[in-house]
Design a protein around this ligand. Structure first.
Ligand SMILES: Nc1nc2c(c(=O)[nH]1)N[C@H]1C(S)=C(S)[C@@H](COP(=O)(O)O)O[C@H]1N2
Ligand SMILES: [Mo]
Length: 506
């Protein structure tokens, strides 16, 4: 007899949820492997982690250790895709969360439309003592009798309600709080979660709870009245005679889903550049719809004050060495008095040279802001400098085919994704990012000339994206027609190396 309480849509949503949660967990583990430490403090000061998954001790000194050095290589059996592929992991996380949300919303809507919500959302306080009774029975390694399950018992109801209406939203809302696009537009929202690190730690704790729930849930389905559960779950029938069949199908399905998760990792690793193109194409429309309209609003930065300024500032990328850029080292040796910014390039037909005095003569912009690396650390500082668009205006009107701005460093990329000789670090900005009020060329941090490890004498500061756009030790700035002609053609060193989407913003 088909039980109307277990309709096909419910069983389908349940299976899809299982597949998608696995994709989210596995890609999430890839992301955390790229910086295997968690903090509550937003300056991520060494030694203040509340948990870490690495034996490496962090040097106390600023600017000697980079987050890329901290990255761990995880097995593709465990993470998606594994082997230090944070960019691809992020794309999988983005695709997974999109599908998971669609499935989850459909499930909740149908739950309410069909009235089935009544059996997972408690409507009477009796559920509390009843759940307590069940808990005592389980604690004594017993099983509440079948009459308690209609079709769920009180403890099950409370747990399901908690997972669907509290835990899932917690994961969604803390996930959103980690996007630099969201932070730039609604910084108060990020602050509400205890900043980026609060959101990141809560997201992690939510993940642990979700993992524990899945383990318990799967375990109990097999241990408690399994002769009812499995026919309900697979066929939607209350017919214990079909238990053996349902049992076999369940085991085969679980094995197939696990094999599918692992296959996704290896398929992704087969040709990483192609995987990147496919995943970016699949996730781009959603990013456009949800994130790309979020532009920083000037004045919003006031959410962060002097009190938020970090005691410690993490680094990615170390200052150029003698074999990377003897030129920059000469500039540094005499305190950057001879340093010149190369402004303009082919599209302008000429290069102008600006020194620090020229830059300081332009209108100054200052703001306090959080800087996040896509690997997961944050640092808050007060930045001072000139708006990029003011500097570009010195070149006259935008060249007709000047569609992007490319900023190139004296320093080299920390590593190349295909291990060819390291090339200069660069980032490409689109017209929107160039026009933003808080896209500045910073020559000061916390009211002092820029520190060496933070990009002296001039670095880029972009509010609406992660740190990887913020080129340090700037050498040149130029209009370009298309970024496909530079590097690997993805629009920046980190897009090239980490296989991140151009302007990922997540
Ligand atoms: N020249 C250069 N600039 C760079 C990098 C680099 O490796 N080289 N790393 C980028 C990355 S990934 C991040 S997160 C930020 C970190 O900025 P910070 O070191 O000033 O904190 O710098 C960005 N700018
Ligand atoms: Mo970064």
């Amino acid at each position: 007899m088909v039980d109307p309480d277990f309709p096909l849509w419910l069983r389908t949503a349940h299976l899809l949820n299982f597949v998608l949660i696995g994709i989210l967990l596995r890609s999430g583990w890839e992301i955390i492997a790229s910086l295997p430490r968690l903090w509550w403090r937003n300056d991520c000061k060494p030694g203040t982690e509340w948990i870490k998954f690495t034996r490496r001790a962090l040097p106390e000194e600023e600017g000697v250790y980079t987050s890329l050095m901290d990255e761990r290589s995880a097995s593709p059996l465990l993470t998606l895709p594994g082997h230090k592929n944070i960019g691809l992991g992020r794309h999988w996380h983005g695709l997974g969360v999109t599908l998971w949300l669609i499935n989850g919303i459909a499930y909740v809507v149908l739950l309410f439309a069909t009235g089935l919500w009544r059996r997972i959302v408690p409507t009477s306080w009796d559920v509390m003592p009843d759940a307590w009774e069940s808990m005592k029975i389980y604690a004594g390694l017993g099983v509440p009798s079948i009459e308690h399950f209609q079709p769920y018992d009180a403890l099950q109801m409370l747990t399901y309600t908690g997972v669907v209406f509290l835990l899932a939203p917690l994961l969604i809302f803390t996930g959103i709080a980690m996007s630099p696009a969201v932070r730039s537009r609604f910084p108060w929202y990020v602050k509400m979660w205890g900043g980026h690190q609060g959101a990141r730690s809560l997201h992690f704790i939510g993940m642990v709870l979700m993992t524990l729930f899945i383990i318990m849930h799967v375990g109990l389905v097999f241990l408690v009245h399994t002769e009812y559960n499995l026919p309900h779950m697979v066929f939607g029938v209350t017919d214990t005679a079909r238990f053996a069949q349902a049992f076999t199908i369940t085991l085969i399905t679980i094995a197939a889903v696990i094999a599918f998760w692992i296959a996704l990792s290896y398929l992704t690793l087969l040709d990483r550049a192609r995987s990147q193109r496919i995943l970016v194409a699949l996730t781009e429309p959603v990013r456009k719809l949800t994130l790309n309209w979020m532009k920083p609003r000037w004045g919003q930065q006031n959410t962060f004050t002097e009190d938020d300024i970090s005691e410690f500032h993490w680094t990615n990328g170390l200052p150029p060495t003698d074999d990377e850029s003897p030129e920059w080292l000469r500039f540094k040796a005499d305190n950057f008095v001879d340093w010149r910014l190369e402004l303009g390039g082919e599209l302008n037909g000429e290069t102008r040279y600006l020194n620090l005095e020229d830059l300081r003569a332009l209108p100054k912009t200052e703001y306090i802001a959080v800087h996040s690396c896509m690997q997961g650390w944050t640092a808050t500082a007060k930045w001072g400098g000139v708006r990029l668009r003011d500097v570009l205006d010195l070149l006259g009107p935008r060249p007709a085919n000047g569609n992007y701005v490319m900023v190139t460093s004296h320093g080299l990329a920390q590593e190349m994704y295909d291990h060819r000789p390291r090339e200069p670090f660069y980032a490409v900005l689109d017209l929107d990012m160039v026009a933003e009020d808080d896209t500045i060329l910073a020559y000061e941090r916390n009211d002092h000339p820029l520190d060496i490890h933070l990009g002296a004498p001039l670095r880029l500061r972009v509010e609406s994206n992660h740190g990887y756009k913020m080129v340090k030790w700037i050498k040149s700035i130029e209009w370009i027609e298309d970024y496909s002609e530079y590097g690997d053609g993805r629009g920046g060193t980190r897009e090239d190396a980490a296989l991140q989407a151009f302007n990922g913003r997540i």
